[in-house]
Design a protein around this ligand. Structure first.
Ligand code: HEC
Ligand code: HEC
Ligand code: HEC
Ligand code: HEC
Ligand code: HEC
Ligand code: HEC
Ligand code: HEC
Ligand code: HEC
Ligand code: HEC
Length: 423
């Protein structure tokens, strides 16, 4: 106990020096699990509303780090007397207004010197960022429908953000935002469509996240930010996409679209890919026909349309070549020939084809053709290897036929010889 009060004193001093907000007696030294009277008494209560927060301490990062119930609610966590423990004179708060919660969470999480003692690498800008977000701005105006800290993290049983069970873990964050953003009626009040969740769930991004467990795929927070949640401005969309799709962005920056889109306040990547329902793109998107991407801004005869036709022709030629050669090599392989070298050429062709698709972002036909020519050069080499393998197969087949005839003749001769000897 003496030890404890000594530590409490040190914490108190540290807090005073740093001007830290949380009263030090409400927080135990980092890493201590010691029982507090709040948890002990609440654990035994019948009312589920009162008991549940105590039950959730098993999985609570705050509890595990020595932040007791009183860390958030105030009161005296050392008294077994309910009236003393939950005394408002000791700072006890049984209920929080919506507006009070971010400030309360932030009283610790914005205090760099306090947080340093627990987790030196964890940022302390959540409240500051939150205030700049659409959520924080609306809350400041008294709107209680918006997300506050506990809407996303919970208040009890809060888990480390990199715990796969956490409500903010990449695979779960979509449904956490979706509790409100999937509610079209609620969102309707704000002029927001409310279809963002449904659209995102059709995307290649969501598919990579849930089917390949690819945690590098973007979730809501990658594009909007978590604490500073706000739609990216027109000028920053390509920056956001470009942090992951670096080469596409570089190629886009080389295109006439870069300046033209900026002048029209037209978002870069989103204009062709949309924002939430980003699907796997196809070569057939390129063109000005119905449902073709370029057609939303260009029309037959203009220089955009001409470029589109040339790009599509180059891609189709390369794609046909690639497909045909792959089939031919597969057939030869099935016939038992080793085609490792041709496979290497085909792989080169594949890589060049992918580069050609990336190059379309320049909308410059000659840049695309440069890559499709490389595709055809590699498929040409593979074709030649396949052709010589086919000759080899024919040669072997003829050889086999000839030797079979020779063997058969020899056997017949032998049989006649044996019969002759028998006679
Ligand atoms: C000896 C038992 C006991 C102790 C110790 C105790 N509580 Fe409670 N707590 C209760 C009971 C019973 C209620 C419900 C009746 C009430 O509101 O007074 C309650 C209610 C609450 C509520 C809900 C208030 C509301 O208005 O809905 C909170 C929050 C709470 N306690 C937190 C704490 C904290 C924090 C501590 C420790 C500093 C603590 N309790 C210590 C028994 C206890
Ligand atoms: C990290 C801060 C934090 C900690 C730690 C914490 N609470 Fe809470 N508690 C809250 C907030 C915020 C609310 C308001 C309800 C909400 O938004 O979910 C709340 C609400 C409650 C309520 C009212 C629940 C209801 O549904 O009306 C009770 C009871 C309660 N807490 C008890 C406890 C007990 C007991 C502990 C310790 C085991 C504890 N709390 C620890 C932040 C915390
Ligand atoms: C709209 C949902 C949302 C709200 C509101 C929110 N958070 Fe977060 N929070 C997240 C997400 C998502 C992450 C994970 C960030 C990541 O993976 O990079 C996170 C991470 C954190 C972390 C870990 C450190 C970090 O910054 O990555 C802390 C601490 C935290 N939040 C505290 C808070 C506090 C305090 C508030 C209120 C001021 C708050 N959060 C409000 C969604 C939210
Ligand atoms: C009394 C101080 C205090 C208060 C108040 C407080 N926290 Fe914490 N919180 C901590 C400490 C200490 C940690 C553990 C350090 C860490 O791992 O980041 C922590 C950890 C977290 C984490 C996990 C961060 C991570 O590293 O993954 C989240 C999320 C979080 N708190 C959210 C909240 C929310 C939401 C509230 C308000 C409802 C809140 N905290 C109130 C002190 C506090
Ligand atoms: C508790 C409900 C709730 C949760 C959870 C929530 N939001 Fe919101 N969000 C709202 C409401 C309500 C608004 C409208 C605020 C306004 O426009 O005044 C909003 C606004 C926004 C906006 C601004 C939209 C615009 O066009 O102005 C973005 C971006 C956003 N939220 C992203 C997120 C993300 C990302 C998450 C999850 C990490 C999330 N929200 C979680 C309720 C929520
Ligand atoms: C790949 C990036 C990306 C991802 C992932 C993403 N968004 Fe968006 N979001 C955007 C862009 C870009 C905009 C539009 C900005 C503009 O056009 O000004 C937007 C707009 C919004 C808006 C405003 C819509 C309106 O009608 O005003 C909301 C709300 C929103 N997103 C929520 C979400 C939620 C929730 C998720 C997770 C399911 C999510 N977003 C995932 C990029 C993304
Ligand atoms: C003018 C329309 C347009 C713009 C603007 C655009 N793209 Fe594309 N993008 C396409 C088309 C068309 C494809 C399909 C290419 C194919 O498969 O032949 C594509 C393909 C992609 C692919 C799939 C891989 C690949 O390269 O084939 C990614 C990733 C991509 N784009 C990202 C971006 C990013 C990031 C931006 C913004 C910097 C962007 N795109 C801007 C039209 C566009
Ligand atoms: C946090 C990183 C990240 C961000 C930000 C991001 N993406 Fe992606 N994107 C990925 C990953 C990972 C994949 C899945 C790749 C796979 O499955 O092969 C992907 C897939 C794609 C695809 C499909 C590629 C294909 O071949 O099927 C397109 C198109 C795309 N993203 C465009 C965009 C656009 C446009 C934006 C901005 C609005 C954006 N991405 C933002 C990481 C990101
Ligand atoms: C969101 C509208 C939009 C989309 C979609 C779009 N463009 Fe453009 N494009 C423009 C604008 C605006 C300009 C600059 C003004 C102009 O020259 O027409 C431009 C210019 C061009 C130019 C340069 C024209 C010149 O005269 O130098 C080419 C080439 C081009 N686009 C090709 C394409 C191709 C190919 C696609 C489809 C993959 C496409 N664009 C999709 C809006 C668009």
């Amino acid at each position: 106990m003496r030890n404890h009060s000594f530590l409490a004193l040190v914490l108190a001093l540290a807090a005073t020096v740093a001007g830290a907000a949380p009263p030090p007696n409400l927080v135990r030294p980092p890493g201590t699990h010691a029982e507090d009277t709040c948890t002990a008494c609440h654990m035994a209560l019948d009312d589920a509303r009162l008991r549940t927060p105590a039950k959730l301490t098993d999985n609570d990062i705050h509890h595990a780090q020595g932040v007791t119930c009183a860390g958030c609610h105030g009161g005296d966590p050392t008294s077994e007397d309910a009236a003393v423990a939950m005394n408002t004179a000791k700072g006890f708060k049984g209920k929080f207004s919506h507006q009070a919660i971010p400030e309360m969470c932030g009283s610790c999480h914005s205090d760099a010197s306090f947080m340093l003692r627990y987790a030196p690498n964890v940022p302390t800008d959540q409240l500051a960022q939150y205030r700049t977000s659409k959520h924080g701005q609306a809350l400041a105006k008294g709107d209680t429908n918006v997300a506050i800290c506990s809407s996303c993290h919970g208040a009890h049983g809060v888990l480390a953000v990199n715990d796969a069970r956490s409500t903010v873990y990449p695979t779960r964050i979509v449904d956490t935002c979706g509790r409100c953003h999937g509610d079209a009626v609620l969102m309707g009040h704000y002029g927001i469509k409310g279809n963002e969740i449904a659209e995102y769930k059709q995307s290649a991004h969501y598919a990579a996240l849930v089917t390949k467990n690819d945690l590098s795929a973007p979730t809501c927070k990658s594009c909007h930010g978590a604490h500073g949640a706000t739609p990216p401005g027109v000028s920053s969309v390509s920056n956001i996409c470009g942090t992951c799709h670096v080469t596409q962005r570089e190629r886009f920056d080389l295109s006439p679209h870069k300046d033209a889109f900026a002048a029209l306040s037209q978002p870069a990547c989103e204009s062709c890919h949309s924002n939430h329902a980003i699907v796997h793109p196809q070569d057939s998107w390129i063109g000005v026909g119905k449902d073709q991407t370029c057609g939303s801004c260009h029309s037959a005869g203009d220089s955009g349309a001409t470029a589109a036709t040339a790009i599509l022709a180059a891609l189709s030629g390369a794609s046909k070549g690639l497909g045909g050669t792959q089939q031919r090599v597969d057939r030869v392989q099935l016939a038992g020939m080793l085609m490792d070298e041709a496979e290497v050429k085909l792989e080169d062709a594949h890589q060049a084809f992918i580069m050609a698709q990336v190059e379309i972002h320049t909308v410059n036909p000659s840049r695309v053709e440069e890559k499709t020519k490389a595709v055809l050069a590699s498929t040409g080499a593979a074709e030649r290897l396949a052709a010589s393998a086919e000759t080899e197969i024919r040669y072997r087949r003829t050889g086999l036929f000839v030797s079979l005839v020779v063997i058969a003749l020899a056997m017949v001769t032998l049989i006649f010889k044996i019969r002759g000897m028998e006679r």
